[in-house]
Design a protein around this ligand. Sequence first.
Ligand code: NAG
Ligand code: NAG
Ligand code: NAG
Ligand code: NAG
Ligand code: NAG
Ligand code: NAG
Ligand code: NAG
Length: 574
Amino acid sequence: MAFSSRFSRLAIASQLLFALFVPIPFAFGQSSDFDWETLTAYENLTWTSCYGGFQCSLLKVPLDYSADKGNASIAVVRLPATAPKSEYLGPILFNPGGPGGSGVSTIVSIGSQFAQFLGPQFDIVGFDPRGVSFSKPAVSFFKTAAERQSWTPPDLDSRYPSLNASSGVIPRVWGQFQLIGQLAQERDTDDILQHITTDNVARDMLRITQAFGFEKLQYWGVSYGSLLGATFATLFPDNVGRIAIDGIMDSEAWYSANLTDSILDTDKTLQTFFDGCVAAGPSACAFYAPTASQIAANLASLTGSILAQPFPVKTAISHGIIDYSWFRNYIFASLYSPYNAFSGFAQGLAQLTAGNATGVYTANQTPDFECDCKAEDAGKPFTDNIYESLIATSCGDGAVVSDSISDLRAFYEREATVSSFADIWGLWRIHCSGWKVHRPGRFQGPVGANTSFPLLIIGNTADPVTPIAWAKKAAALFPKSVLLTQDSPGHTSLVAPSSCTHGALRAYFQNGTFPAPNTVCDIDGAELFPAANSNSGNHRRSLKEGGDNQLLDAVRAIGDVVRPIAAMGRSWVV
Ligand SMILES: *[C@@H]1O[C@H](CO)[C@@H](O)[C@H](O)[C@H]1NC(C)=O
Ligand SMILES: *[C@@H]1O[C@H](CO)[C@@H](O)[C@H](O)[C@H]1NC(C)=O
Ligand SMILES: *[C@@H]1O[C@H](CO)[C@@H](O)[C@H](O)[C@H]1NC(C)=O
Ligand SMILES: *[C@@H]1O[C@H](CO)[C@@H](O)[C@H](O)[C@H]1NC(C)=O
Ligand SMILES: *[C@@H]1O[C@H](CO)[C@@H](O)[C@H](O)[C@H]1NC(C)=O
Ligand SMILES: *[C@@H]1O[C@H](CO)[C@@H](O)[C@H](O)[C@H]1NC(C)=O
Ligand SMILES: *[C@@H]1O[C@H](CO)[C@@H](O)[C@H](O)[C@H]1NC(C)=O
C-alpha cells in the first residue's frame, strides 16, 4: 500500500463519519512520513510528491471571505487520474464527516480503492477542512498533550457519560463545557475560531475546484459531509457538477443546534440486532433467545445489573470500569456498523452475562496515557484534532445555545421521547451550551436550491444517527435531486457493499445517470450474523452471482476505513 506505515488503520478508522465523541486514536502528535511544514501555500495548486504515489499541495484561501483578515491554507492531496488525458473528468472531492475528519488521511489510506470504485478518469482528492489536521490554522483549545488528555480521558464513563447515569451528570457536563467554551475563547488569540464554519469550508471547496481549472464541483460526502455538500449546493447552486451525499444530516437540525431527531431510527437499528439474532440462531448469535422481545429483556436485565454492580477490569496495559455509561456507549457504538459489529457484540453480551468482562474490556481498551511531556511539544498543534474541530464547527455553525441546566434537562427529557438513546445523543446540545464564538452573518440556512446538476441523495432504512426521514427531507429541498434508499441498518451506505447502491453511485459520477425514482437497494456480500462455521470472516461472504466483485471489494475497503468502527475507549463513533 502506498500509505505511510504510521498512518495506521487504527488511526484512519477513527476519522469517523460523523464523530459525536471524539476519537483520540493514539494520544496525540500524530505524524506521518510527509512533512506538510515543508510546503508553501499558493493560490494555485503546486503539487509535490508525497506518501508514495500521491501529490500534496497547500492552497491559500481567505480566512474570512468578507474581509481581509489574512489567509488560511488548506491541505489537499490527490491521487492523479490514470486514464488518458482525453478521458480526464476532473477532481472528485471527498469528505468523511466528523466534522473534523481528515480527508487527507482518508485518501492517503485508501485512494487507490476510491480510484477503483469511481474510475481512472478522476483525480481522487482529499482535503483537510479548515481547522483540521494539516490545514492551517488548526483548531486547538489545549496547551499541552497532558492538558488535552485531562479533558479527553479515554474512560467512557468520564468522557462520554450517559445522561441517565445519575441526576448529577447533566450539571457536571454543563460545567465542563462552560469551561471548554471559556478556554477556547481565551486561547483564540488569532481570532480564527469564528471562521471555522461549514459555509467557509464550502467556499474553500469552490476554490479547490477552481484551482483545478473547473467551475463545477464534483463531490462525495458522507454523514456530516452530507451537510457540507448540501450547504455548498445552496450557496453555489450553479457550481454543482456532481454532488452525492450519503447518511443525511438535516440542515435545519444542524444549524439550529438541535439534533434531537437524529436518533429517530436508533431503536429501529437496535431492533435489527434482536431480530437478526433470532433469525441467525444460537450457533451464529451468542446472545440468542427464541424471541426478539426476550433478547431485549435480557439486554435490559444485563444493563440493570451493570448499573447495580459494574465490572472493574485490570489488564496488562490499562484498567477501567465497565459501568452503566460505558455499557450504554458499547451498545450505541455497535449500531453504527452492524455487519461488522453485531456478531462480536453478541459474544460480548454473552460473556458479560456470564460474569466475565475481560474480553469485552480488552477489545476496547486504550493503553494508559503516557505523557510525552517534553518542553518542545508544548504549543505544538495536534494534527489529530477532531475533538476540537468537531466542537468548534458544530457549535460555531449552530444557533447560540444559552440553555440553563434545567433547560438542558428539559431538552434531554424531550429527546428521550424520541429514542432510548437520548442519554448518549443529548451530549451534543450540552457541548454547545458554553460555546461563545459565533460569527455574525454566518450561513445558517435555509438549505435547498435548484442546482445546475441534480444531487444524488442516499439514506439507509435504519441508520442510528441519520434517519431516513432526513434523506427524504433533503430530497424535497433540492427539487431535481434523486433519492436512493439502501435497505440496511447502520450509518451510511458504506456499512456494506451493494451492487445496486454503489453501482448507481459510480454511474452517477461517470455518466451523470440516475437510479430510477424511489429505488430501494439491497446489499450484497454481507450478513448481520455470519454463520459460525463460515471461514470467510464477518461480512466477508461470497457475493451474489453476477455482482461486480471488484466494485464491491473496493467499496468494502473504503467502508473499512471510512465507516465508523466501534473502537470504544479510543474512538467514540458517530
Ligand atoms: C503558483 O503561484 C506561485 C506564486 O505566485 C508561482 O510562483 C508559481 O509559478 C505558480 N505555479 C503555477 C503552477 O501556476
Ligand atoms: C493573503 O494572501 C494574499 C494573496 O496571496 C496576499 O496578498 C496577502 O498579503 C496575504 N495576507 C496575509 C496577512 O498574509
Ligand atoms: C428540538 O427539536 C425537537 C424535534 O424537532 C423539537 O420538538 C424541540 O422543541 C426542539 N427543541 C428546541 C429547544 O428547540
Ligand atoms: C474470561 O474471558 C477471557 C477472554 O474472553 C478468557 O480468556 C478467560 O479465560 C475467561 N475467564 C474465565 C474465568 O472464564
Ligand atoms: C434510565 O435508566 C433507568 C435504569 O436503567 C431505566 O429504567 C430508564 O428507562 C432509563 N431512562 C431512559 C430515558 O433511558
Ligand atoms: C426551484 O425552481 C422552481 C421553479 O422556478 C421554484 O418554484 C422553486 O422555488 C425553486 N426552488 C428552490 C429551492 O429554489
Ligand atoms: C456509462 O455509460 C456507458 C455507455 O452507456 C456504459 O457502457 C457504462 O457501463 C456506464 N458506466 C456506468 C458506471 O454505469
